[in-house]
Design a protein around this ligand. Structure first.
Ligand code: FAD
Length: 366
């Protein structure tokens, strides 16, 4: 089977669906390719910040299970900073439901879908050829949106992302918990554990955000210990783990027709492991760049302008993570005395990190 399309997008998560939505609205033919059918599970705590919600092309209210108006941040010395904002710094969704909604939303616009795996990718003078198990796809542009373990990244770049951050998540039914807990992060010197409330359960997780080859990766046992301590139960279900793509400061496109977005590019941040915002915003900018011009030189230039802002934003998060995790005593006092309120209010108002710290929006206007 040979298929022709304007744009082929590998991966139908939030980054791929965002790009698909913008390109389809502009009248382009768009083909999404995913190795899974939907609904599918994706290891994720399902926290959507207000800046993410503001970028989505649909209303998430019907999917929201909780609004985080109260957040607790506990440090290794046992001290906790308690922050509140009535707007809420995060809305909690079930990731399977959110992705399935977004996927069906773009299909309804006329985006095509093929359930298959990519085998080879070639570029010729006129476009891109993608060999899959069901045939060859010919397109003008290719977008790699296939997550932290991206096959597309391996096939179209020489990048070696070697420090993948890894996190486990699972769920505790509220009926099994001995405590009623708001949104909570507990920090250690390599990363964090979290409790994210949903309607009838808590999403709980543990992840390393600082790469240190001399230290062990988080384990399922660490997650059980955390849940026992925080919620007083051993009844933990549906544990899965996955890397988070965080090495995006190294990413530069190697072709003017083939690009990476979201976790495939490494755009998740290392402070609290938020990746959906940068997935969505990178899909948006690349979608607009391709929508505005069929000329690969113009697309390349526009996406690179966006990447300048993205790399600065990621660098800010990386600096913040080193302070938060390595200098906990100082972080506690900084959060307690002034930064906590600034962050809680900034996140609740839908600001990016660059806006919170430097007062300006990091990305070019569209
Ligand atoms: C445990 C955990 C908790 C997290 N919690 C949060 C959170 O609360 N909030 C937040 O903002 N971020 C969170 N993240 C990060 C977030 O999940 C990612 O940043 C986000 O999913 C990236 O979106 P994406 O579209 O780039 O990739 P993904 O969501 O990973 O989607 C990639 C898609 O590509 C498909 N695919 C993969 N390989 C192939 C292939 N070879 N061929 C075809 N298709 C393929 C997959 O099936 C998938 O549908 C968490 C991550 C983890 C691991």
């Amino acid at each position: 089977m040979n298929i022709e399309t304007d744009i082929v997008i590998i991966g139908a998560g939030p980054s791929g669906c965002m790009a698909a939505s913008i390109l389809r609205d502009a009248g382009k033919s768009v083909l999404l390719v995913d190795k899974n059918t939907f609904p599918r599970h994706k290891s994720c705590a399902g926290g959507l910040t207000p800046k993410t919600i503001a970028e989505l092309p649909f209303d998430v209210n019907s999917l929201s299970q909780h609004n985080s108006e109260k957040m607790l941040f506990t440090f290794t010395n046992g001290k906790t900073v308690d922050l509140n904002n009535e707007l809420g710094a995060c809305k909690m969704v079930i990731r399977e439901e959110f992705d399935n909604y977004f996927f069906n939303y773009v299909l309804q616009k006329g985006v095509e879908f093929i359930h298959t795996k990519v085998q080879k990718i070639f570029e010729d003078g006129e476009g891109v050829l993608v060999d899959t198990a069901v045939g060859t796809i010919k397109s003008k542009f290719l977008i790699g949106a296939d997550g932290a373990n991206s096959t597309t990244r391996r096939l179209i770049t020489k990048l070696k992302y070697k420090n993948p951050v890894f996190a486990f998540e699972g769920l505790v039914k509220k009926e099994n918990s001995k405590k009623n807990v708001p949104t909570k992060f507990v920090f250690n010197k390599l990363g964090y554990s979290w409790i994210f409330p949903k309607r009838d359960h808590y999403n709980v997780g543990i992840g390393n955000l600082i790469f240190d080859p001399s230290c062990p990766k988080p384990s399922k046992k660490d997650l059980y210990d955390f849940v026992e301590q925080e919620l007083g139960t051993e009844k933990l279900e549906d544990i899965t783990g996955f890397p988070i793509g965080t090495e995006g400061e190294c990413y530069s496109p190697m072709s003017k027709r083939m690009y990476l977005i979201g976790d495939a590019a490494g755009f998740a941040e290392t402070l609290l492991g938020e990746g959906i915002y940068n997935a969505v915003i990178s899909g948006k900018y690349l979608g607009h760049a391709i929508k505005d011009s069929d000329n690969p030189d113009c697309v390349y230039e526009k996406y690179n302008q966006f990447l300048l802002g993205m790399k600065k934003e990621l660098a800010l998060y990386n600096r913040g993570a080193k302070i938060l995790y390595k200098k906990q005593r100082m972080s506690y006092w900084m959060l307690k005395l002034f930064f906590g309120r600034k962050f809680m209010d900034g996140y609740s108002a839908g600001k990016t990190m660059t806006e919170i710290i430097k007062g300006k929006y990091p990305f070019p206007s569209i």
